[in-house]
Design a protein around this ligand. Structure first.
Ligand SMILES: [Zn+2]
Ligand SMILES: [Zn+2]
Length: 124
């Protein structure tokens, strides 16, 4: 099977992962995902174009290159307060107040450590 070529990039024919450029003296490029070995000869004759169209890449492939951020970094993270993280001891956390349904349960403060992202809650 031959690798898929998009511009100057090669994609694994087995799993579709973007393959790295061959390193010096290596005879093939190994797919990080499935271990498929693509001969570096596949790279020969590829036109290296600058300013290629990133929109041509399937978005799923591009997302794999990004580091995974699980928590929302943005509006919903809460207020920055000085609170000691029980997990790592860091002294800054985001706090959000969560109102319970019944009045006698009071409210709960949700904290998220800014350092290790550990989350915990404190009942009022
Ligand atoms: Zn692969
Ligand atoms: Zn922490």
């Amino acid at each position: 099977m031959l690798a898929h070529k998009i511009g100057s990039l090669l994609f694994c024919p087995t799993c579709g992962t973007l393959l790295d450029l061959p390193k010096d003296k290596e005879k093939h490029v190994t797919c990080e995902q499935c271990g498929h070995e693509e001969p570096t000869s596949s790279y020969e004759g590829i036109e290296i174009t600058t300013g290629s169209h990133p929109d041509a890449f399937p978005s799923a492939l591009r997302q794999k290159r990004k580091t995974q951020t699980k928590l929302h970094e943005g509006a919903d993270q809460g207020t920055l307060v000085s609170e000691k993280c029980p997990s790592c001891g860091h002294m800054e956390a985001y706090s959000r107040e969560k109102q319970m349904r019944s009045a006698d349960e009071g409210s709960t403060i949700l904290y998220t450590c800014t350092s290790c992202k550990h989350g915990w809650r404190v009942n009022n």
